[in-house]
Ligand binder design. Structure first.
Ligand SMILES: C[S@@+](CC[C@H](N)C(=O)[O-])C[C@H]1O[C@@H](n2cnc3c(N)ncnc32)[C@H](O)[C@@H]1O
Length: 366
């Protein structure tokens, strides 16, 4: 790796290089530096270093290691990466390091709105399956959910930041009348509910309503049930179920999907089940990735590369692993609206929310 980097630097200095090549060599160096910083943010988040630096106090590596109860040698190397990445500042005279307040505000706890640190964990979660993905490039097929170490844990943290933290203040008000209905008492479902934090949060907040979370994965359903039991909730239940096999007639007043349509094996079938399970005056609120359906229209997206990468390494491939259509994370607003129309939703509003730059919110009515 070091040899390759040295080679690029040499190339960048090479007098025979065209201006375009020189510019691109610089772009590549910038890319490897930023990819490295992404890994270090994830490490610092998990090791508790970002938390320890949250107060903005300047500390030496020894002081920080003692505060976070970590090995000083590792902390010092991490600080080297974070300082050269311009995330942490260094006072060379005292060899003390500080996380500026503006940076700390965005690299905080996952339960805080606007936290961005937890999403960096996806880089290493995806890196873990790289060899299997490369095999899929040759053979087709996909990589199943269970192959992803820590995926559901990281997803639950991401859900804390984008869904749970914004539920009452931002998400529920998107659908007029929903807050009052939840207070009076309605039937609510969350399909692809993951670890069930949204359902458990709503069940605690709205005791007159009843909540059901469905997910394919046994591990997340168990986690959701454990959390409900720990909170003593009696108005929420979780069912392990393939969303493409949901049965029955209209029985829900509100159905949510949070980031869980695009990686379905059979998303069109799931959307038609959602429409059928919804009462005639019901609301379907779909949170899904904010992208356009055509690559050419995503060139200016601030997260375009991240979306296509997470899709290639996870969302598309888990769908293909189930024999599905492999819609992909960047299925986009235009295709989403066409599929919602096909499923029988005639009224669809879309909203962007300031606390969640990754997703678009679709409020759909039959
Ligand atoms: C990206 S995660 C989102 C989880 C959760 N909604 C959240 O926001 O944290 C997608 C979820 O859909 C679930 N899922 C995937 N395919 C499914 C299927 N066929 N039926 C039910 N759930 C499925 C996965 O197990 C996973 O928990």
């Amino acid at each position: 790796m070091c040899n390759n980097t040295a080679m690029i630097v040499e190339l960048a200095d090479s007098p025979g290089m065209s201006p375009d090549e020189e510019a691109f060599a610089g772009q590549l160096l910038d890319t490897i530096n930023k990819a490295s910083a992404a890994l270090m943010i994830s490490v610092g988040y998990r090791a508790g270093l970002l938390d320890a630096m949250h107060d903005g106090v300047a500390r030496t590596s020894e002081e920080l290691a003692a505060l976070a109860d970590l090995d000083e040698r590792y902390v010092r190397e991490w600080l080297g990466a974070m300082t050269t990445a311009k995330i942490v500042t260094l006072d060379p005279a005292t060899k003390s390091y500080r996380l500026p307040a503006a940076h700390a505000a965005l690299l905080g706890d996952s339960a805080e709105q606007g936290n961005m640190a937890s999403m960096f964990q996806f880089i290493s979660v995806l890196g873990n399956v790289e060899s299997r993905i490369v095999d899929c490039f040759r053979t087709g097929g996909g990589v199943p959910y269970e192959a992803y170490d820590r995926f559901h844990e990281v997803m639950a943290e991401e859900s804390d930041a984008t869904v749970v933290a914004g539920l009452e203040e931002h998400i529920i008000p998107l659908a007029s009348g929903l807050l009052g209905a939840l207070e009076s008492g309605i039937e609510v479902a969350d399909i692809g509910c993951g670890a069930g934090r949204a359902m458990n949060t709503l069940a605690a907040r709205f005791p007159n309503s009843r909540f059901t979370g469905f997910d394919l994965c046994a591990e997340t359903i168990e986690r959701a049930r454990d959390e409900a039991a720990a909170q003593g909730l009696t108005n929420v239940r979780f069912e392990q179920k393939d969303a493409s096999l949901l049965e029955g007639d209209a029985r829900f007043d509100c159905i949510f999907t949070f980031d869980s349509v695009h990686d379905q094996a059979h998303p069109a079938t799931v959307l038609s089940h959602i429409r059928r399970l919804l009462r005639p005056d019901g609301i379907y609120l779909m949170q899904d990735i904010d992208a356009a359906s055509e690559v050419a229209d995503n060139l200016d997206s601030p997260i375009g590369t991240y979306l296509y990468t997470i899709s290639c390494m996870h969302c598309m491939t888990v769908s293909l692993a189930q024999g599905g259509v492999g819609l992909g994370a960047a299925w986009g607003e235009q295709l989403a609206i066409a599929m919602l129309n096909d499923a029988g939703f005639s009224s669809i509003e879309t909203h962007r929310l300031p606390h969640d730059i990754v997703n678009l919110y679709y409020v759909c009515r039959p």
